[in-house]
Design a protein around this ligand. Structure first.
Ligand code: ADP
Ligand code: MG
Length: 562
């Protein structure tokens, strides 16, 4: 075939494919137009999953009668005039593509009455071409009716899912915009039944109550990061860990009130919840990020549902910190505690019911080490064989096994952090698949939730594979896969009666410096300083000695000085 320019109808059909993927995409574009028009009321009505009818009615500014026809021209928009405008988009639409795209794949009627005009105009399109036009009485606002979507695009029609599935996508679109614009009164009618109605009170919590129900609404925590940084501003609400969900469908993100999909933002929120939710549970969150429009590029995809931030890491950090702070502030609740004197005074305790975790008691402090167990202050003299630290104490010489000593330090640290639910974790940028043997799989299936207490975010991912999303910071740069396997094998052979102790020991062992590793003086000093603070510094968690001590009198004896 020779090269030739495509017929405009073919061009329109191809382009429409990018904007109008399914009925919900039409709803999204029309609702966005209504919002851009400053509407305070938007009603959406659909029939048969949106295929036979989609109608969106608003009370916005309307389209001046002279411009109604233009609205259906490709790349005709009232929202962007020049190149500079593209750099500072505040409206939801800006590509001038939605109406012509919809008209290319459906029959469209529009009635609109602009501010200040006495009568409305009426417009009807077939195959993207105006078939009739006239004036029609209407109060201010716009109604767009879309019939027989994809009737002439059988390939698209075939790929649509069931009516119920298409309806659920439509409900989702309207719900998201209802969450983003609480000041707008939304209603959604599906086959004549009210599926959603929001009051338009301007309060996010009211929208959340309609979209997610009263129980979720009763457990939402307000976000506000003004104190943390002036820009970007993170606002919205997140669910207390009590209302977690099994999927990620309850995470909503808006950038300057544009609904966006972003795995990066989802990760930021999930990381903020780390340690507060069981593995496999996901938070509820409605978050708006406001930032200067130059800081974000919304012109990435025809559906405008993806954005590019100038600095992903700045946004990630701001979201994660803001959510984390809101959560930790919220779970700090005042309690009344009786003191020994019998007096009653208020104090502040971390809520203990937050984590489903057995055996933790914040009131318990470990017994103070007995003098015989504690270690004197040691002065580093050097390293032997890249494996032992030579040190001097008040009474002679100490040879410290660096690996065993570090194991002891880490063992106590992990135990302490776990009891305080304060394990340091490291999220992975991309979840890592982790393959296991059938035997390991059986163990991991029953244990992956418990491993969350230690900082592992692991979830089942099909046949003998799990996804690792986060790791204890302690071992994230070590051979953690080998560690996990070792752990699963030792658990499956049943030789660890106390599994939590087994995990702690294995993590400490894998996180500790190895024998044969050369250490700088400062590192050795730090290691000894930490060992001095251990409850039981003389043995490693496996029970082997961490050090050999030669007292001054022993030394004298050895040298025949007595
Ligand atoms: P865009 O939203 O990118 O500008 P659209 O094709 O969606 O492109 O709409 C074209 C134009 O039609 C808009 O710029 C706007 O001026 C007008 N328009 C569409 N829908 C409405 C509406 N509900 N109320 C007022 N004006 C509208
Ligand atoms: Mg638009």
């Amino acid at each position: 075939m020779p090269i030739r320019a495509l017929d405009p109808k073919v061009v329109a059909r191809i382009a429409a494919g990018e904007v109008v993927e399914r009925p919900a995409s039409v709803v999204k574009e029309l609702v966005e137009n209504s919002l851009d028009a400053g509407s305070s009321q938007i009603s959406v009505e659909v029939k048969s999953g949106g295929v036979s009818l989609i109608r969106v009615t608003d009370n916005g500014s309307g389209i001046p009668s002279g411009e109604v026809g233009l609205a259906f021209d490709r790349y005709a928009t009232s929202k962007v005039a020049n190149l500079e405008d593209l750099e500072s988009i505040r409206s939801l639409g800006f590509r001038g593509e939605a109406l012509p795209s919809i008209a290319a794949v459906a029959e469209v009627d529009m009635v609109s009455c602009a501010t200040g005009e006495k009568a409305g105009v009426y417009l009807s399109l077939q195959d993207g071409v105006i078939s009739s036009q006239g004036s029609r009485g209407r109060s201010q606002g716009t109604t767009v009716t879309v019939n027989n979507l994809f009737r002439k695009v059988p390939a698209r029609l075939k790929f649509l899912k069931s009516v119920a599935t298409e309806n659920s996508h439509i409900v989702n679109v309207v719900s998201q915009y209802a969450l983003a614009f609480p000041e707008v009164k939304f209603s959604l009618l599906i086959d004549g039944r009210v599926a959603l109605r929001t009051p338009g009170s301007g309060r996010l919590i009211d929208s959340i109550a309609e979209v997610y129900g009263a129980e979720v609404a009763a457990n939402m925590i307000e976000l506000n990061n003004e104190a943390v940084a002036p820009s970007p501003r993170i606002s919205g609400m997140v669910g207390s860990p009590k209302v977690s969900r099994s999927g990620r469908g309850y995470l909503s993100f808006f950038v300057n009130r544009r609904w966006v999909n972003s795995r990066m933002l989802a990760r930021a929120v999930e990381e903020a919840y780390h340690g507060l939710l069981m593995v496999g549970r996901h938070p509820v969150a409605v978050i708006n990020i406001s930032l200067p429009s130059q800081e974000v590029d919304v012109n990435i995809h025809p559906a405008k549902s993806e954005v590019k931030f100038r600095s992903d890491s700045a946004i990630f950090g701001a979201v994660q910190r803001t959510v984390r702070r809101a959560l930790t502030e919220q779970v700090t609740v005042p309690r009344i505690m009786a003191a020994d004197t019998g007096a009653v005074f208020p104090t502040v305790l971390k809520e203990t019911t937050l984590l489903p975790y057995a055996g933790a008691s914040t009131a318990q402090t470990p017994p103070a080490p007995t003098p015989a167990m504690s270690l004197p202050v040691l002065r580093v003299l050097g390293q032997l064989d890249n494996s032992y630290i030579i040190a001097e104490g008040p009474d002679g010489l100490y040879l410290i096994d660096q690996h065993a000593a570090h194991e002891r330090i880490l063992f106590e640290k992990i135990r302490r952090q776990r009891s305080q639910r304060d394990i340091e974790i490291q999220g992975l940028l991309e979840p890592m698949p982790f393959e296991v043997s059938p035997r390991q799989e059986a163990i991991l299936k029953s244990r992956y939730r418990d491993l969350a207490e230690f900082g592992f975010a692991i979830e089942p991912f099909g046949d003998r594979t799990f996804l690792i999303r986060a790791l204890p910071a302690l071992i994230h740069d070590r051979d953690w896969a080998g560690m996990l396997r070792e752990l699963l094998d030792s658990l499956s052979s049943g030789d660890k009666s106390d599994w939590a102790e087994g995990v702690t020991i294995t993590m400490a062992c894998h996180g500790a410096v190895r024998a044969g590793q050369s250490l700088a003086d400062a590192e050795m000093r730090e290691l000894l300083r930490q060992l001095e603070q251990c409850d039981t510094p003389h043995t490693c968690p496996h029970g082997r000695p961490t050090m050999i001590h030669l007292s001054s009198s022993q030394l004298k004896r050895e040298f025949g000085r007595t």
